[in-house]
Structures are given as C-alpha cells and as structure tokens.
Design a protein around this ligand. Structure first.
Ligand SMILES: *Cc1c(COP(=O)(O)O)cnc(C)c1O
Length: 378
C-alpha cells in the first residue's frame, strides 16, 4: 500500500490536491447533488441559505451573502460601503489582480500601497502617503493565509473616515489576536474558487458583515436589485451563489478546521526541512497571527532558475504573483500614482516562490521538495 502511494507521489505531485479533498466528502456530495436535482431548486435553494448561515457563524458575523465569485464579492462590498465614481480606494500592490479589478468595477480608482519586507502584507506606513481627499476605502488583503496588521490599519482608516473592506479570499479561518478574518472591517469579501482553503467545484464568493442594512443591500445587488421576483428597487446584477456550490461548500466547511490544521503541520515541516538551506528566506508570521497557510511562500535568489529546476524535477512550484498589480498591463497606465515608489512589492515579485501546500501533502513529498530546492541552490 505504502509503496503504491509513494510511487504515485513520485510521479505526479500536485500543487493543490482537490481529488484527495473530494475523496473525503464524495458520499455527502453525491447525496447532496441528488437532493438538489430532485428538488430542482438550482437558484437560491435551501442549501444556499444554510451555507450562508453556517459560514456567517463560522466567521463570527451576523450576515453572509453568497455571490458568484470573490471578485464580485469585493465589488459589491465596496458598493455597499458607498464607494463609487470619483472615489479612490487604497489596496496593496502585491495581491491577486481581482482586488484591483473589483475597485475599478465599483467605479472607483485603485491606489496602490506597498507591502513590508518581512511578512509581505500591506505596510500601514505606506497608507498615509497614498491618501487624498478622494480616498473613501482601504482594502487590506490577508495574503497567503495570514491576516494583515488590522490593529494598525483601522486607526488610520478611522482618522480619515475610510471604510475598511477585508479581502479575505486567502484567509478562511485565520485569526489575529484570536479575532477572525472578516471580523475587523465594515465588510469582508471572500472567494470560494476551487483552490482556496474552502473551495467550491466552480466559482463562488461571499460578502460578510454585521450590519443588517448592508446585508439587505447586498442581497438586492446580487439578484437584479430585489429580493422578491420582479422587484427591482435598485440597480442590481446577476451574481448568486449556485445551490450546487453551496452543497459542496457545506460539506467542506465541516472539514475546514481539520484541513487548516493539516496545512499548519505541513508549514511546520517545511520550516524544519528548509531552515538549513543557504539562501532560502522562510515565510514569517506576525506575532498575534494564527495563519491558515493558503500558500507557503519562500524567497530565493535567482528565483526563475530555481523555479525552472523544481518544475523540471516534477515539483509543482508557482509564483503568487509574478507581477505586482500596478505593473500589470491593465493597471500600469494612467491609474498609477506611485511610479517606482513601491520598491518592496517590486523586489519581492522577483524573489517569491510558492511551494506546494495542501492538507493532504505527505511528509515524503515535502522531503522531496526540500531536496530539490537544496540541490537547485547549491
Ligand atoms: C482568489 C482571490 C480573489 C478573487 O476571487 P475569485 O473568486 O477568483 O473572483 C480576490 N482576492 C484574492 C487575494 C484572491 O486570492
């Protein structure tokens, strides 16, 4: 048995093992899907309502509104906070491009802040220089599974009357000083893209808030501007969470804490295995954070060569993200306020390397990653 597993892993290691996740919940998914198909409640069926309640409770918040993607969730959260045309929104430059896309789609202009060199999270010191009279909101991103330093960001936001909207797409279950990701801002947005810690079998997302009024506005926004059929009280969109995805998310939510714990164990193992390799900078955790290791990101010299070597040895390493958002084609021109002034994010982009991490990663696989990384660097 063990030999077969070992051979399998040697031949194809994966970055995220969605098949192993499915194997754990296959029976629940089968019966859940049968239930949805029999009821034909494909849109806003009872599973959506139940998942929203379960996810809100898990996050320690009063309301969750399921939507079609994480990108929509960020856009809708901004709109619910009253952000739109003529406004500016500050976000970190080192994030997935969707954070910035959502700002543009809300009608506002994205303004990029830098990250700190140790944790690669939005650096609060770069917030104040980015403020103008048009700034209305700030979107901290809990990158790689650990929370941004919210206790430093909130006072700045408060002093300038800004709404704080958390991008919690990579931080399902993460806490800072024991307080959950999503519990710090006016609103939080998350994604259930398949590869996230809590992932669907397609696209999905949610907005979380403690404010009933905002939850109602969001329910309208995702459903053509109304709760009831043919009620269009305000301009809306078609962006609901599929019932079928809700079935998957309910099953996976029951495993999330266990799977996050397995990710923590995998991160600890990497920390031990990699600590003696010269040149490797290990990921660091801000005191007070309990991260959920969505990604395990090291920094290495000659990153592109190291990545190519790992990949040619069958190690599915990756880069999150190769280009800071303010330097991507879509955001380079016109909207950029700080030409060349985000040096930390720009340098980090040439050093970061994401090693495979997921709840079902074996210690054998991690040893192979460590061996290959050591060989590539010596
Ligand atoms: C995945 C992700 C998103 C967007 O989510 P989608 O569901 O793919 O639209 C936004 N922000 C961050 C940080 C992400 O990782």
């Amino acid at each position: 048995m063990t030999t077969t597993e070992t051979t399998d892993e040697t031949t194809r290691m994966v970055f995220v093992d969605l098949a192993a996740q499915h194997a754990e919940i296959a029976d629940e998914i089968d019966s859940g899907l049968r239930r949805v198909i029999q009821s034909t409640a494909f849109i806003e069926g009872p599973d959506v309502k139940h998942f929203e309640e379960e996810w809100a409770r898990y996050c320690g918040l009063a309301h969750c509104v399921g939507v079609a993607s994480g990108t929509d969730a960020i856009e809708f959260a901004l709109r619910a906070a009253g952000v739109g045309r003529g406004h500016e929104v500050i976000l970190p430059a080192n994030t997935f491009v969707a954070t910035a896309e959502a700002v543009v789609r809300s009608g506002a202009r994205p303004v990029f802040a830098d990250c700190d060199d140790t944790y690669l999270l939005m650096d609060p010191a770069t917030l104040e220089p980015a403020l103008t009279s048009a700034t209305r909101a700030v979107v901290p991103v809990h990158l790689y599974g650990q929370m941004a330093p919210m206790e430093r960001i909130l006072p700045i936001a408060e002093a300038h009357g800004l709404s704080v909207i958390e991008d919690a797409a990579q931080s399902h279950g993460a806490t800072r000083f024991g307080r959950r990701s999503g519990q710090w801002g006016l609103l939080a947005a998350t994604s259930f893209y398949p590869g996230k810690n809590l992932g669907a079998y397609g696209d999905g997302g949610a907005v979380m808030t403690d404010t009933a009024e905002m939850a109602l506005a969001l329910r309208r926004m995702r459903n053509h501007g109304g709760i009831a059929r043919y009620e269009h009280a305000s301009l809306g969109f078609n962006s609901r969470l599929d019932t079928i995805q809700a079935v998957v998310l309910r099953a996976k939510l029951r495993r999330l804490d266990v799977w996050n714990e397995l990710r923590r164990q995998a991160a600890d193992r990497y920390n031990q295995l990699l600590s003696d390799i010269p040149g490797v900078r290990l990921p660091e955790v801000i005191p007070g954070n309990d991260p959920v290791w969505h990604l395990y990101v090291v920094r290495v010299p000659e990153r592109d060569r190291v990545l190519a070597t790992l990949q040619s040895n069958g190690i599915p390493a990756a880069i999150h993200y190769p280009v800071p958002v303010h330097e991507t084609g879509a955001f380079r021109l016109g909207r950029r306020r700080h030409s060349g002034a985000l040096p930390v994010a720009e340098t980090a982009a040439s050093e970061i390397l994401s090693l495979p991490i997921h709840p079902h990663l074996s210690s054998y696989a991690q040893e192979r990653v460590a061996e290959c990384l050591a060989a590539a660097l010596t």
